[in-house]
Design a protein around this ligand. Structure first.
Ligand SMILES: Cc1ncc(COP(=O)(O)O)c(C=O)c1O
Length: 387
């Protein structure tokens, strides 16, 4: 028996190996400062958890429509109108079990074998894997620290060929924390309009933008797909709730994929999602303020250790720091820091060749743990790095 080529070709999340190793050290009794994973340390706000409990008590334990609960789609319509000033027809919204399945719907509905998707290098590692899994071709366009990890529009334009179907964007970004501004989005939207290529915008870190208001791509072009979810801003990673907003001609194809592969998102979690949108905004603001305080601590603290942060993060909860002065091979460096300093972080190379030499530090953890991590890294650098 042989494993399929499709499954063989999927690249593992290297950071998950780091997670496994960190857990092994913890099981052996070591205290590890965990800065590798993008999972909020906050509990889900009470008001959301209570809504789920009530929904279960009231019998919301059955399938919903594949496209999602009408109440949740309507709540998203209101949210987009009030928060972004954008009218989104609820019939163009598909509710999913997280942003991840929404990627499968998007690329499944859009790509034929050989079709290309432009994406930044470095980027969230699942993007190229989804595209490859569906027979498509990821086209990586380098983004650089000196440009704030934003695309150069001329390089995006040059990468577009006859088989290009979409340009992927992710603002605020994992792993870099980069935020695309008004000018960036305008430029990309006009490239999309001119060339007939769609924009696929992963907006999962909206609500965690420290530099100004969230900007959705839908304010710039309707030739766009939006992927979003409740995992990050609402601290709901384990609940599995997300959605896709698609141009109308893609909704029925996505619905068919959803019907066959997932049936629908969890019923009571969708009810909780309505409450998240309508009654948890103060919680989002509170958590964002705490992340921002941590960011303001962590960026200069890493710089004081000698790491280079040319482009400090404007959103999400990651710092992407150039650590090449500690070691060129980011995976080997991560392993050393874990074994020798008991600090775990993510190797930049996990996010593409463009991330080699960098480390990603997540500050979805308490200030005390961040401080302890910095102390240990300082000791490690003093003993191992020649100044
Ligand atoms: C950029 C990005 N998109 C999507 C996801 C997956 O989100 P979800 O939990 O909604 O599936 C993550 C998770 O880390 C992410 O960083």
């Amino acid at each position: 028996m042989t494993v399929s080529r499709r499954a063989t070709e999927i690249r593992p999340f290297v950071v998950m190996d780091i997670v496994a190793h960190a857990e092994k050290l913890e099981a052996a009794g070591h205290d590890v400062v965990r800065l590798e994973i993008g999972d909020p340390d906050f509990p889900t706000p009470d008001v959301i958890a209570q809504a789920a409990e009530l929904a279960i008590a009231e019998g919301s334990t059955h399938y919903t429509q594949s496209l999602g609960l009408p109440d949740l789609r309507e709540a998203l319509h209101v949210r987009y109108r009030d928060h972004y000033g954008v009218e989104v027809d609820p019939t163009n919204i598909v509710i999913t079990q997280g942003t991840s399945p929404a990627m499968l719907l998007l690329f499944g509905a859009l790509l034929d074998p050989g079709d290309e998707v432009i994406m930044p290098d470095p980027c969230y590692p699942a993007y190229p894997n989804y595209v490859t899994f569906l027979g498509g071709v990821p086209k990586l366009v380098r983004v650089r620290a000196e440009d704030g990890f934003r695309y150069r529009p001329d390089e995006v334009r040059a990468a577009i060929g006859p088989r290009t179907k979409a340009i992927m964007i992710n603002s605020p970004s994992n792993p870099t924390g980069a935020v695309l501004g008004d000018e960036d989005l305008k430029a990309l939207a006009s490239i999309a309009e001119e060339t007939g290529v769609h924009i696929a915008s992963d907006e999962i870190y909206h609500g965690l933008d420290f530099s100004g208001p969230d900007r959705t791509i839908l304010a710039y072009t309707d030739k766009a797909f939006v992927l979003n979810g409740f995992s990050k801003a609402y601290a709901m990673t384990g609940w599995r709730l997300g959605y896709m907003i698609a141009p109308p001609e893609f909704v029925r194809p996505a619905e068919k994929i959803q019907q066959n592969f997932f049936l629908a998102a969890n019923a009571f979690v969708q009810h909780a999602g309505v409450v998240a949108l309508t009654r948890a905004q103060e919680d989002v603001v509170r958590m964002r303020a705490t992340y921002d305080e941590r960011r303001r601590y962590l960026v200069p603290a890493l710089e004081e250790l000698g790491l280079t942060i040319l482009s400090p993060p404007g959103g999400a909860f990651y710092v992407f720091a150039d650590a090449s002065c500690w070691g060129q091979d980011s995976l080997a460096l991560c392993r050393r820091l874990l074994d020798e300093a008991h600090v775990s972080c993510a190797p930049g190379v996990d996010f593409g060749h463009g991330g080699e030499g960098f480390l990603r530090f997540s500050y979805a953890t308490s200030r005390d743990r961040l401080r302890e991590g910095i102390r240990r890294l300082g000791e490690w650098a003093a003993a191992n790095v020649q100044s």
